[in-house]
Design a protein around this ligand. Structure first.
Ligand code: GDD
Ligand code: MG
Length: 355
């Protein structure tokens, strides 16, 4: 079985975290986000994955490589200019050898049961099956109206307030029969949501919606990003390969992390590979510290994420904040994020700062 993951977007709403790192490989609990999708696809027998990439494709390639380390084959489909969700799928479909495929939006954390979606698809004799989830505010998504037989009746991308007829939206996981790829125009920017789906309805092609009750989160904003990390720490995302990460009590611990025995409090947290945590430090309340970080004596990290290669000086206190990669937070600094604060990659915060 083959799958396509759409990863060519710009991730603008996650800036500054996505200034240097493409959104699909931003770490969630110290694993590149795409690894969650790769493990999900693998769990359901998809072992050939086509990544539809554009912007920052090489960075993605450097991190994920051929896929061998995950036990899958990764093929990179590269767009010279963004082709939109539909154009990207069309280009990637060259690698499908006439087969149908699962397609995933590359920015959704989910443990959707793809077997159920596929069985539903076959049972309904659908040509396209789309997964749906309920949300409070459909205006940021693709609204999907269905009939009593789960057939799609209307698809409205980013509906206005006056167009909201249901709270069910496109969850960004699909199965397409191969003939559908022939309906997408080649080499042009084309949208699945605004082009293909309305066309399927117009042409009365069997287009069905599978209601998913599984975990689902769009990681588009820093707040959602923090939530995703928290949910993985709480084992809410049911992808077995990920739950195998090494754990001590409620703390995920990366290889070769050096954690002093005198660390004061360490709960509901993750510490990355080769990270050093010195005596008297506190890391708690769903905090995630990345790889190759140094957390000095007495530093307190509460409800925060510290990305790779960052340094937190002694007796600093960091609350509800995301600190980018390669940052230096010098000793005795206090950063309180209120609802949430994001400090971009490479920042230098001098001693005794209060932010
Ligand atoms: N390769 C490629 N090329 N990928 C693209 C392109 C492109 O030109 N444009 C977007 N993508 C990828 C993004 O990286 C993302 O993984 C996915 O396609 C969806 O694009 P977004 O830009 O994130 O769209 P959205 O979040 O506003 O809406 C989409 O997702 C919602 C669910 O989160 C739509 O599919 C909605 O209908 C859906 O409800
Ligand atoms: Mg999105």
């Amino acid at each position: 079985m083959k799958g396509i993951i759409l990863v060519g977007g710009f991730g603008t709403r996650l800036r500054p975290l996505t200034t240097n790192t493409p959104k699909p490989v931003i770490p969630i609990v110290n694993k590149p986000f795409l690894v969650y999708q790769i493990e999900l696809l693998k769990m359901y027998g998809v072992n050939e994955i086509i990544l539809a990439t554009g912007h920052l494709s090489n960075t993605i390639k450097k991190i994920l490589g051929t896929g061998e380390s995950f036990g899958v084959k990764i093929i990179y489909s590269l767009e010279n200019q963004p082709l939109g969700t539909g154009g990207a799928v069309k280009l990637a479909s060259r690698h499908l050898d006439g087969q149908g495929a699962f397609i995933l939006n590359g920015d959704v954390l989910t443990d959707i049961n793809l077997d159920k979606l596929y069985n539903f698809h076959k049972e309904k004799k659908a040509k396209v099956t789309i997964s749906l989830v309920p949300v409070a505010d459909p205006t940021k998504f693709g609204l999907v109206e269905t009939n009593e037989n789960n057939q799609v009746r209307a698809f409205v991308e980013k509906p206005g307030q006056n167009e909201i007829t249901t709270n069910m939206i496109n969850a960004g996981a699909y199965y397409f029969e191969n003939e559908i790829f022939d309906m997408i125009p080649p080499g042009v920017n084309y949208s699945l949501e605004r082009g293909l789906y309305p066309m399927l309805l117009e042409k009365k092609i069997p287009f069905y919606a599978y209601n998913s009750n599984d975990y689902w989160l769009d990681i588009g904003t820093p707040k959602k990003y923090l939530e995703a990390n928290k949910d993985v720490l709480e084992d809410k995302v049911n992808i077995p390969a990920l739950l195998d990460m090494k754990k001590s009590g409620s703390v995920f611990i990366g290889d070769n992390a050096q954690i002093s025995k005198k660390v004061r409090m360490l709960s509901m947290a993750a510490i990355g590979e080769k990270t050093i945590v010195q005596p008297g430090a506190t890391i708690t309340d769903h905090s995630v510290v990345g790889n190759h970080c140094i957390i000095e004596e007495g530093a307190q990290i509460l409800g925060s994420i510290i990305l790779d290669n960052s340094f937190i000086g002694k007796n600093s206190k960091i609350v509800n904040t995301i600190i980018g990669q390669n940052c230096k937070v010098m000793p005795y600094t206090f950063i309180e994020g209120g609802l949430l604060k994001v400090i971009g990659d490479g920042a230098y915060i001098p001693e005794y700062s209060i932010i």
